[in-house]
Design a protein around this ligand. Structure first.
Ligand code: ADP
Length: 267
């Protein structure tokens, strides 16, 4: 049995086939030893790994597992998903919003890393914790979904009050920029703060992706990564901002497993 493992900065993602269905599982990176025990208990397994924690995992398992470059595995996994979805585009950008954010261009089967930003899922959790004390991902995203950013983020239309702005008024002029300028002042509710953190992360990754796509002539941006798990607010922000800035966003269900699937497919 082939098992593909993507051991990332926050989550370990696992892909394998059992009874003809593809099993996808994830564990926090703090459970590396548990994942190693699970692997060690699987006789005849062929393991292939990728991700920043792959070497740490390798040191805990009995088998010698080949290790793939993370970006190769991710792009292979994305191609797998697109084939299944019947998407035939040959040129697109892949933005992986993991702990950090990494941006790649895929063009006729070749891929190249275009860049990235340190603003990603780790920022979402870290800043949210600093602002509200929450530590649990689910709690953070559920509270964020109930919040409004109106009193925290400064929009272009706030600055160009009453006159026609030269760029869409709905664009954010300054994330968190309205805190001392608006009608309300701190303290803000936990929901408002968290919604604004999601806004900051979503608008940053969308903007950087669209600029990267524009540089390389691509118009479609495919967004993957665990930061979108259960996080419709982040999806909405990224979708809206990507469109507003002139590119076509595409979200892949289970896209956070692209790296693990790329490793699983490795011969
Ligand atoms: P990596 O490969 O770097 O671990 P992922 O694509 O797995 O990256 O994304 C990690 C991010 O996913 C976290 O920073 C967090 O925002 C989000 N996330 C989703 N589910 C969880 C969870 N159960 N626990 C912690 N973070 C989660």
């Amino acid at each position: 049995m082939n098992i593909g493992i993507d051991a990332g900065g926050t989550l370990i993602k696992i892909a394998y086939m059992e009874h003809n269905s593809l099993i996808l599982n994830k564990f926090p990176v703090s459970e590396l030893a548990h994942v190693a025990d699970w692997i060690n208990g699987r006789d005849n397994a062929r393991i292939c790994m990728t991700g920043g924690k792959a070497s740490a995992l390798q040191s805990l398992i009995h088998l010698k597992a080949p290790e793939l470059v993370e970006f190769d595995a991710t792009c292979r996994g994305v191609e797998y998903f697109l084939e299944k979805l019947g998407v035939t585009e040959s040129q697109y950008v892949v933005t992986n919003v993991g702990t950090g954010t990494s941006i790649h261009l895929i063009d006729s089967g070749q891929h190249r890393r275009l860049g990235g930003t340190g603003v990603g899922g780790g920022t979402l959790i870290g800043l949210s914790h600093l602002l509200t004390g929450l530590t649990n991902y689910e709690e953070i995203i559920q509270a964020a979904a109930k919040g409004s950013r109106d009193q925290i983020d400064l929009k272009v239309s706030h600055i160009y009050e009453g006159v026609e702005p030269p760029i869409p008024g709905d664009l954010t002029a300054s994330n968190f920029g309205r805190i001392l300028q608006g009608a309300s002042h701190p303290p803000f509710s936990r929901e408002e703060l968290l919604a604004s953190v999601v806004g900051l992360v979503g608008e940053t990754v969308a903007t950087v992706s669209v600029l990267a796509a524009g540089q390389s002539g691509a118009t479609t941006v495919i967004f993957i990564g665990s930061s979108f798990i259960g996080n419709n607010l982040l999806k909405d922000v990224v979708q809206r901002y990507t469109k507003l800035r002139g590119a076509a966003p595409l979200f892949i269900e289970n896209g956070e497993y692209a790296g693990a699937i790329g490793a699983w497919l490795h011969e």
